[in-house]
Every structure is written in structure tokens, then in C-alpha cells.
Design a binder for this molecule. Structure first.
Ligand code: AMP
Length: 214
């Protein structure tokens, strides 16, 4: 199975991708996660990406396309993969199409998770990440706790720079201008499944699984 998880920032792409990755035993490839790791490790890529991400802008296409080419050619992608956060521009989509064609892959589906913009602003501003393992939690999930439920690190929660309200609004605008056209690109190819992202994590997952098994 090869899936592209698509939707505005905060819509739950990462959460659904993680569930699908466990269920189908295929890698979850989040370009945002890869970039955050590079920033943490202070690699050349991380140094370039840090400021761009904090502003809510997109990292240049040629960098992102290079990262994805290397990653999809890795052995663990042979039986499938879930891309989360890529492609985010028409140029990335066109390059991905070429790459998949060269790899003889023609079964991709784009899962379009849809949600109301104001709800997304609220959600993103109310989430916290663990600076040690990167896992994301809602404030409700960690309200009486100062240690990370996933890795047990103490006092490790923080509000990502790009989850602050002014940056969220910027990311939503970037999504509308640069990323939404990607949806039309795959609609023309008949590869889009749209689902409602406003329900519970389990509810959204059930709707998604229903589409994938039909
Ligand atoms: P995410 O965790 O997917 O919301 O990504 C966080 C940030 O990483 C984005 O706001 C962008 O700055 C950058 N990023 C992630 N994926 C891409 C991509 N495909 N193209 C350009 N920038 C990206």
C-alpha cells in the first residue's frame, strides 16, 4: 500500500499515518519529522531548514525532492510507505510522479483529510511536543503530568515555534497558496479519497479504513 496523507497543518495527518504504519507494517515517512531531526542534530540541512520552518515557510523544493528520492529508495519501502507532508507543492508532486513512474509504482492514493480552519488554529495552539522523542500531545492528554507518556523524559514539553498562532496563520496561508493545488493535480488522476478530519482519532481512522478496504 502506498499512501500520501494530505491536509492542512494540524488536521491529524501524522496521527493517522502512525496508526496506518503500524496496521500495515510499512514505514511512516514524515518530511516535517525528518527536518526537525536534522535541526536537532545540527546537520547542514538542519541549519538551512531551522529558520525557514520557524517562520512557517516551505523548505525549497530541490532539497525536499532530494530527501524523498533517497528515502523511497531505501529497502524498507519495498512493500509500501505512507508519505506525510510530501508533496507540498505542484513541483514536488510532478517530481514525485516521475520518481514513482521510474520505480514502476502506480497504485498510490492521496488521502485528503478535511477540517475547518479555525478548528485547526485551536488544535495546533493547544498541542505540545516532547523535545526528546518528538511525540505530540494535546494539553488535555498531559494536563497533570510533567513527564512524557512515550519516553518518560521529565519537563520535556514545549510549544513548537511553528505552532504559535501567528506562525500557524502563516502556515495555513502557505497551505492554501502552494499546497492546495496538489489536491487538484491528484484529483485529475482520480487518486483522491477525501475524509472528514473533525471527528475523534478513532472515528477518523475508522472512516479511513472503510475507504481503504472498499
Ligand atoms: P509538518 O510537521 O509536516 O507540519 O512540517 C513542518 C515544517 O517542515 C513545514 O511547515 C515546512 O517548513 C517544513 N516541511 C515539511 N515538509 C515539507 C515539504 N514537503 N516541503 C517543504 N517544506 C516542508
Amino acid at each position: 500500500m502506498r499512501l500520501l496523507l494530505f491536509g492542512a497543518p494540524g488536521v491529524g495527518k501524522g496521527t493517522q499515518a502512525k496508526l496506518l504504519s503500524v496496521k500495515f507494517d510499512i514505514p511512516h515517512i514524515s518530511t516535517g519529522e525528518m527536518l526537525r531531526q536534522a535541526v536537532k542534530d545540527q546537520t547542514d540541512l538542519g541549519k538551512k531548514a531551522d529558520e525557514i520552518m520557524s517562520r512557517g515557510d516551505l523548505v525549497p523544493d530541490e532539497i525536499m525532492i532530494g530527501i524523498i528520492k533517497d528515502r523511497l529508495n531505501a529497502k524498507d519501502c519495498i512493500n509500501g510507505f505512507i508519505l506525510d507532508g510530501f508533496p507540498r507543492t505542484i513541483n514536488q508532486a510532478v517530481e514525485l510522479d516521475k520518481l514513482l513512474e521510474a520505480m514502476n509504482i502506480n497504485d498510490i492514493k492521496l488521502i485528503n483529510i478535511v477540517a475547518d480552519e479555525e478548528e485547526l488554529v485551536k488544535r495546533l495552539n493547544n498541542r505540545r511536543a516532547c523535545k526528546v522523542c518528538g511525540q505530540i500531545f494535546t494539553l488535555v492528554e498531559i494536563q497533570n503530568s510533567n513527564s512524557c507518556p512515550k519516553c518518560n523524559s521529565k519537563n520535556s514539553f514545549y510549544l513548537r515555534d511553528d505552532d504559535k498562532e501567528e506562525v500557524i496563520r502563516k502556515r495555513l496561508n502557505v497551505f492554501k497558496q502552494n499546497t492546495e493545488p496538489v489536491l487538484k493535480h491528484y484529483q485529475k488522476q482520480g487518486k483522491v479519497i477525501s475524509i472528514n478530519g473533525l471527528g475523534s482519532v478513532e472515528g477518523v481512522n475508522q472512516e479511513l479504513m472503510g475507504h481503504l478496504s472498499s
